[in-house]
Design a protein around this ligand. Structure first.
Ligand code: NCD
Length: 311
């Protein structure tokens, strides 16, 4: 199946909007792009991508912009809604319909859960969710799946340990949903009591038969993990600053603790990192979070090509 047949004209709001076969088609395309970037350098000539970001971002917005520019397309950006008509009280529905008049594809990040879905309902062009509140972040999942597939050689029969803010971390929610569709997966969910995954997600994953074990101590799990997925405590989702400060340093991956980890494990992080991974870990070959950033750009290039139907 080519990515074109599957994806042309479609929005990407939730990680489960794509089937495992559709993800695989994108990974194959991303591999081709990575191997022969020049062959794709003009693929999106004449196309415009708009990024509409209502929440801070460096990586995701620039990743989409870099992806589009490397495909020969052009980019329009609203990085600070305070400088746009949103500050005048314009609704998201109106903003999206306006931007859709200028662009072929809209990428949106918004603090409200469900905002991307709403945008897609009003937009005549496809919409990609670049994060809606604490809910979903499907292109980070695309990035993460592509990273695991490339570096571990498979997307099945893996022990994946998620560590940190599993309550508010949208990248965790999307990735858990997507990974639970592959066979032989075993999840360890490491968090303090206050930051466990939401009950509705636990129920949803259990109903699908996901094998999950919740733990509070990272040390207990490290020897078993093939993938260690570290996350930042999501400061912006806390109502109480003191609670945030109390939980922020709950887990810190240090060079000492790395000794517990398998030789061939990989350490991932959607970034930005705050205190949860010590800088001393970065030089370890198992620390792949900056490679993950690069994989994200190629995966997004494949996604843009698929949705615009230019492959
Ligand atoms: C993540 C996000 O925005 O949810 N960052 C990203 O997109 N790479 C994770 C985070 O902010 O902690």
């Amino acid at each position: 199946m080519s990515a074109e047949v599957a994806l042309k004209g479609r929005s990407f709001i939730n990680a489960l909007d794509l089937t495992p076969e559709e993800y695989e088609a994108l990974f194959i395309l991303a591999d081709e792009i990575r191997a022969h970037p020049q062959d794709f350098a003009g693929a999106c000539a004449g196309r415009i991508l708009a990024t509409l970001f209502y929440e801070p971002s460096t990586r995701t917005r620039l990743s989409f912009e870099a992806a589009m520019l490397r495909l020969g397309g052009k980019v329009l950006s609203v990085a600070d809604p305070q400088t746009s008509s949103v500050a005048k009280g314009e609704s998201l529905a109106d903003t999206v319909r306006t931007v859709a008049a200028y662009a072929d594809l809209i990428v949106i990040r918004h603090p409200k859960e469900g905002a991307a879905r709403l945008a897609a309902m009003y937009s005549p062009v496809p919409v990609i969710n670049a994060g809606d509140g604490a809910r979903e972040h499907p292109t980070q999942t695309l990035t993460d799946l592509y990273t695991i597939r490339t570096l571990k050689g498979r997307l099945s029969h893996l022990v994946v340990a998620f560590c940190g803010d599993l309550r508010f971390g949208r990248t965790v929610h999307s990735l858990l949903r997507a990974l639970s569709r592959y066979p032989g997966m075993h999840f360890f969910l490491i968090s303090p009591e206050e930051l466990r995954i939401p009950e509705f997600l636990r129920e949803e994953l259990s109903a699908q038969g996901a094998v999950m074990e919740e733990r509070e101590q990272m040390e207990e799990v490290l020897p078993f993990a093939d993938v260690l997925y570290m996350t930042r405590v999501q400061k912006e989702r806390f109502l109480d600053e003191e609670e945030y400060l109390r939980l922020r340093d709950f887990y810190v991956l240090t060079p000492d603790r790395l000794q517990l980890l398998k030789e061939d494990a990989i350490i991932m992080h959607p970034l930005p990192r705050v205190t949860e991974i010590a800088y001393g870990v970065d030089a370890d070959p198992r620390a792949v979070y900056f490679q993950q950033v690069r994989f994200g750009m190629y995966a997004r290039m494949a996604l843009i090509l698929g949705i615009l139907g230019v492959v």
